[in-house]
Ligand binder design. Structure first.
Ligand code: SF4
Length: 150
């Protein structure tokens, strides 16, 4: 049995009623969740850096080994609805975070525009503006904090 995307599923059904294909389709491919984040121990405030996971292609913001990412990067998170309730560091633009907070998908989301390019045009993607963790000295990580993750 093939699982299909129901028309306008992101507007019609709550997250817990999405099928697997619809859940996966929500991801806009921005790659922002694959950037290294720094958390303040006292305030739990999260700062994003422009430094990416070693598996992220910084030109396209796509994972270069998505099927095996959990093996290659053991702390890579497989996002589920349950985990969504406890993760506080997803970017405000993330489709999962927005729907979980009762918001709509942004106008630039590819499900609204029909084009995967729209996330880049809206400057909501890590593509073209990140650097791989393998190319930096990890002691310098604080130098890479950015403010464009919104
Ligand atoms: S931040 Fe959200 S929408 Fe962007 S790549 Fe990660 S899971 Fe997908």
């Amino acid at each position: 049995m093939s699982i299909e995307l129901r028309p306008q599923f992101w507007k019609k059904y709550p997250l817990d009623q999405l099928n697997q294909a619809e859940w996966e389709a929500l991801c806009d491919g921005c790659g922002l969740c694959c950037l290294v984040k720094l958390e303040d121990e006292d305030t739990q405030e999260v700062a994003y850096t422009m430094v990416s996971c070693k598996l992220l292609d910084c030109k396209t913001a796509a994972c270069t080994d998505y099927p095996n990412r959990a093996t290659q990067v053991p702390d890579c998170i497989q996002l589920t609805q349950k985990k969504l309730q406890t993760i506080h560091w997803l970017p405000p633009s993330c489709a999962y975070r927005r729907l979980n907070e009762g918001k709509k998908l942004p106008s630039w989301h590819y499900l609204n525009t029909g084009s995967r390019d729209s996330v880049m045009k809206a400057k909501k993607s890590a593509a073209g503006r990140c650097i791989s963790e393998v190319d930096i000295n990890e002691d310098d990580i604080e130098d890479y904090v950015v403010r464009w993750v919104r």
